[in-house]
Design a binder for this molecule. Structure first.
Ligand code: 13P
Ligand code: SF4
Length: 338
C-alpha cells in the first residue's frame, strides 16, 4: 500500500476508530494473522465475548482477570487486544513500554461509560475515609481514583481483604455491588452504573425456557439484575460459568451472559446443550455491541499496520496501575491462577 493510501486510512481511523481499508476477500485471514504474530512477536488476547473466529485465532482466551494476568506474564513485544477499550487500557497500564493494539478504538463499554471520572471524584469526596474498590470495567482515569480493582472472578476475595472497620465505595456496577453485599455481608456504598448487556434479560422468556427445558440448569453472570440472579442455580464470572458447565453433571444449561461464551462451553463439553438466555427484545441471544465491533478483518489490519494503538498519559499509567497491581497481588495470594 502506498504511503498516501495509508495516510488517508489513518485519517479515517481518527473518525471511525478503526483502519477502514478493503481486505482481499480471498485472503486466508487465519494464516495471515498467524504469520503476523511471528513476524512482529505479537500475542493476541481475546475475551470470551469475542466472535468465535477471533477466539479460535487467539493465543489466550479468558475473562477479565485471566487477561490481565496474561498481559503481565507475556514476553511478546506487541499485545493485540481482541476485547474492549478498558481491557486494552489495563494491558497498556501493565506494559507501558509495549505496543498495545485494539482493532477498533470505539469498542467501548456501557458500564465504564456509566461512571464519568469527574462525577465520581465528587461522589468520592462525600466518603473521605472509605476505600474505593472499582470493577476493572472502568476507564483508566477512574482507576486513578481507585484503591483496588476487582473483576467478577475475584470481587468477593478483594472485598474480604479490606479490614472490617473500613467503609467501602464500590463502582461502577450496582448489580455486581448488590450481589457482593449479599455474599460478604458488607455495607457497600454503590455507584449507580450497569452493563447494558446484562440488564436486559427477560424474566418471562427465561421462565418459558425453563418450563420447556426442566432439566436445564440456569446460570448467570453477577452483572445481571437481582431478580435474574435470585433464580440462578449458579452465579459466576465468565471463566467460573465455563468451569461450572464442564464440571456439573447436567447436560443442559440456560446461560445468562453475553452469548460469545457459548463457543468455549460447546468446545469444552461437546455432548451438552447450551441455550442463551433471551433478552427483553426480539433477539434470541444477547450480544455486546462493543465487543462485537471487533472482526477478523479489523484484527488483521490492526496487526499489519500496528494501528490503532492504545496510548495513555504517563500520569494516568503511574497513578492508575497501583489499583491493578494491588488486585493482582491479592488474587495471587488467594491462589487465582490463569
Ligand atoms: P468477566 O470477564 O470478569 O467475566 O466480565 C464480563 C464482562 O462483562 C467483560 O466485559
Ligand atoms: Fe461492557 Fe457489558 Fe459489554 Fe462487558 S458486556 S464490555 S460490561 S457493555
Amino acid at each position: 500500500m502506498s504511503n498516501s493510501a495509508l495516510a488517508t486510512a489513518t485519517e479515517k481511523l481518527n473518525r471511525k476508530g478503526f483502519l477502514d481499508l478493503e481486505v482481499d476477500p480471498t485472503l486466508d485471514l487465519v494464516a495471515e494473522i498467524e504469520k503476523l504474530k511471528k513476524e512482529k512477536n505479537a500475542i493476541v488476547l481475546a475475551h470470551y465475548y469475542q466472535e468465535s473466529e477471533i477466539q479460535d485465532v487467539a493465543d489466550y482466551i479468558g475473562d477479565s482477570l485471566g487477561l490481565s494476568q496474561k498481559a503481565v506474564s507475556t514476553d511478546a513485544e506487541v499485545i493485540v487486544f481482541a476485547g474492549v477499550h478498558f481491557m486494552a487500557e489495563t494491558a497498556k497500564m501493565l506494559n507501558p513500554h509495549k505496543k498495545v493494539l485494539l482493532p477498533d478504538l470505539k469498542a467501548g463499554c456501557s458500564l465504564a461509560d456509566s461512571c464519568p471520572p469527574h462525577l465520581f471524584k465528587k461522589f468520592k469526596e462525600k466518603y473521605p475515609d472509605h476505600v474505593v474498590v472499582s470493577y476493572i470495567n472502568c476507564t483508566a482515569e477512574l482507576k486513578t481514583l481507585t484503591d483496588v480493582c476487582c473483576t467478577s472472578s475475584n470481587a468477593e476475595v478483594i472485598i474480604n481483604s479490606i479490614p472490617k472497620d473500613k467503609g467501602i465505595i464500590f463502582a461502577p456496577d450496582k448489580n455486581l455491588g448488590a450481589w457482593l453485599q449479599k455474599k460478604t455481608g458488607r455495607d457497600l456504598v454503590l455507584w449507580n452504573g450497569a452493563c447494558m448487556v446484562h440488564e436486559i434479560f427477560s424474566n418471562e422468556k427465561i421462565t418459558k425456557l425453563q418450563v420447556s427445558n426442566p432439566d436445564a440448569k440456569f446460570i448467570a453472570h453477577p452483572e445481571c439484575e437481582e431478580h435474574i440472579l435470585d433464580r440462578a442455580d449458579f452465579i459466576g464470572s465468565t471463566s467460573q460459568l465455563l468451569r461450572y458447565t464442564k464440571e456439573n453433571e447436567s447436560k443442559k444449561f440456560i446461560v445468562a451472559t453475553e452469548s460469545g461464551i457459548l463457543h468455549q462451553m460447546e468446545l469444552a463439553s461437546p455432548g451438552k446443550i447450551f441455550i442463551p438466555a433471551p433478552p427483553n427484545n426480539t433477539c434470541a441471544c444477547n450480544d455486546c455491541p462493543h465487543m462485537k465491533r471487533n472482526t477478523m478483518e479489523k484484527l488483521y489490519l490492526s496487526m499489519k499496520y500496528e494501528l490503532p494503538e492504545v496510548v495513555l498519559e504517563d500520569w494516568v499509567i503511574k497513578k492508575g496501575v497501583a489499583s491493578i497491581d494491588r488486585m493482582l497481588e491479592v488474587s495471587a495470594k488467594a491462589g487465582f491462577k490463569m
